[in-house]
Design a protein around this ligand. Structure first.
Ligand code: MSP
Length: 535
């Protein structure tokens, strides 16, 4: 296989391929927003990026959902898959590939891969007995069930007893190689706490797992034994590979893997980390294919401190949230508020308070008051000066000079919360600097150079903040840039604008002198708490 050449200029990443049993929930939105933030940051840095998302459409869960609605499973999948693309559009997600596992080119890839694993003698027929959770699409150990045989993740669905012939994948054969992989690549699984969980699981001994189902039509048949359907997880993981095919390419593994494989990071929720960090690398080792660089397992979202679920009646509808508060508001809250990797909570009062404090007050007011003063004291154009003229001990110059590198390191470590924190430290320092230096008094005292120095350093801090926040709140950053007189569009990387100016714009001190301002308007209106919420 051709290796991924020129890795440094390319970056590929995936979200999970979401089950289409229902329309997307906030958990799917969460991972996809995070993936989009990473992709946008890499694009700002001038990298060629491929963001893969899509839907996982086979298996018992989907078959049963379609049956319960009395419709053809494919029709059900078609309808539900489009609710995902609708949401991604609403959330301003710039994905490059949307793979559906019912695509015909995917079947060819899955079968070619299956044959490679078979050729390694890694597939055999045996008897499978055990408790199966259809919602997880996974056999469960006794300890993963409660005393009534309900799975601990899906507490409203009883696991089903299965006793059938299945094809098995020889996972146990890869025990040592998997342990070596983790030892040689300490960053393969992140964050650290989740890595330890996986390491402990692997240490307890890997068991072969079944990769076929009987009495299930909705899936790809096993070529020599069509009474069996390929297990939905075996099929779905390969979706990451099929997604790499160019539309006109022949669906072969060689083609699929030629440009973008191995991907740089698979983003997944903690509940499906095991599939990605153990089963998937073992499957790839068996097929003698390169392994992905990193698997990142993020935490779970709760609502008002409670586990979310349809049966609990406390789900968060991402469509509704975006309609009420805007894409940037939703993106900002989840990215800033929750350390990526840890569990996090959504509470509407907190959501509104965070957005009002950060976006409406600290950032929105700062822009407003600054532009107002520039109009009044500098005839409506940015001050006629450059960063070199700003004294070294200017507090914003000091903080701003380190900010580009600090934010980049935070983004690279997927610590989006820290990136936001660093940027908001500059924003808050800017508000304080205005209060402390009182340009209105300086103006009265006819100290024009000092007025301009304050307004230059504040405007430049706003610009840099907007730039560094653009992967998270691209619309808001566009508004700020436009008001400062720039023509850059953070939603359009096709012209290469953002990337070509990156080195320049990611540093403090690059605001051009005397640039004409655009039309000013509030960038983020204060949000009110809906009446029905009283807290
Ligand atoms: N189809 C599989 C993935 C196959 S990838 C080759 C699947 N789909 S899923 O739709 O059930 O889950 C998708 C993602 O949503 C998972 O990463 C899961 O962790 C995430 N979440 C489900 N509930 C969640 C929360 N409450 N909070 C955060 N993420 C959650 O699994």
């Amino acid at each position: 296989m051709t290796e991924n050449k020129d890795n440094n200029r390319k970056f590929s990443l995936t979200t999970p391929l979401y089950y289409v049993n229902d329309k997307p929930h906030i958990g799917s939105a969460y991972t996809t927003i995070a993936a989009d933030v990473i992709a946008r940051f890499k694009k700002l840095q001038g990298l060629e990026v491929l963001l893969i998302t899509g839907t996982d459409e086979h298996g018992q869960k989907i078959q049963r959902t379609a049956e319960s609605k009395n419709i053809d499973p494919q029709l059900h999948c078609d309808r539900t898959a489009s609710t995902f693309t609708d949401l991604w559009q609403k959330l301003n997600i710039q994905y490059d590939r949307f793979i559906r596992t019912t695509a015909t080119n995917h079947e060819k890839i899955v079968k070619e891969f299956f044959a490679r694993v078979q050729a390694k003698q890694d597939i055999y027929l045996d008897r499978q007995q055990g408790w199966y959770c259809v919602s997880c699409e996974e056999f469960k150990e006794e300890r993963e069930l409660n005393e009534d045989k309900f799975c601990l993740i899906h507490t409203n669905k009883k696991a089903e007893w299965r006793d059938e012939e299945n094809y098995f994948f020889r996972l146990s054969k890869y025990q040592q190689q998997i342990e070596d992989l983790y030892a040689k690549n300490p960053n393969f699984i992140q964050p650290e706490t989740r890595r330890n969980e996986v390491l402990n699981f692997v240490k307890s001994g890997l068991k072969d797992f079944s990769i076929s189902r009987v009495n299930l039509e909705w899936g790809f048949g096993i070529p020599e034994d069509p009474t069996h359907t390929i297990y939905v997880w075996f099929d779905a993981l390969l979706g990451y590979v099929t997604a790499l095919l160019e539309p006109e390419q022949e669906p072969t593994l060689e083609n699929a893997l030629s440009k973008w494989w191995p991907v740089n990071v698979h983003l997944v929720g903690k509940d499906i980390l095991r599939f990605h960090a153990i089963y998937w690398p073992a499957m790839l080792l068996s097929a003698e294919l390169p392994l992905p660089e990193k698997i990142f397992g993020h935490g779970f979202l709760t609502k008002d401190g409670q586990k979310m679920g349809k049966s609990l009646g406390n789900t968060i509808d991402p469509f509704d949230l975006v309609d009420r508060y805007s894409a940037d508001a939703v993106r900002y809250y989840f990215i800033k508020e929750i350390e990526f990797g840890r569990d996090g909570d959504f509470r509407e009062t907190r959501f509104i308070n965070v957005l009002n404090a950060d976006l409406a007050n600290d950032l929105g007011n700062l822009l407003n008051r600054t532009l107002g003063m520039i109009k009044k004291y500098c005839q409506g154009s940015l001050p006629k000066m450059t960063a070199a003229e700003v004294p070294q001990d200017n507090p914003l110059k000091t903080i701003g000079s380190e900010l580009g590198d600090r934010a980049a390191a935070a983004y690279d470590n997927l610590r989006f919360d820290l990136a936001c924190e660093a940027v908001f430290a500059l924003i808050r320092a800017s508000n304080k600097f205005i209060d402390d230096s009182a340009p209105w008094s300086l103006y009265k005292q006819k100290k024009q150079t000092e007025v301009e120095t304050v307004l230059y350093s504040v405007s430049e801090s706003i610009r840099l903040s907007a730039y560094l926040l653009s992967p998270i709140v691209p619309d808001l950053s566009n508004d700020i840039y436009q008001q400062l007189g720039f023509g850059i569009d953070f939603n359009d990387f096709s012209k290469g604008d953002c990337a070509s100016v990156y080195q320049h714009h990611s540093q403090w001190g690059k605001l051009p002198a005397n640039q004409n301002l655009g039309k000013s308007k509030p960038i983020f209106s204060r949000l009110e708490l809906p009446e029905e919420i009283t807290e």
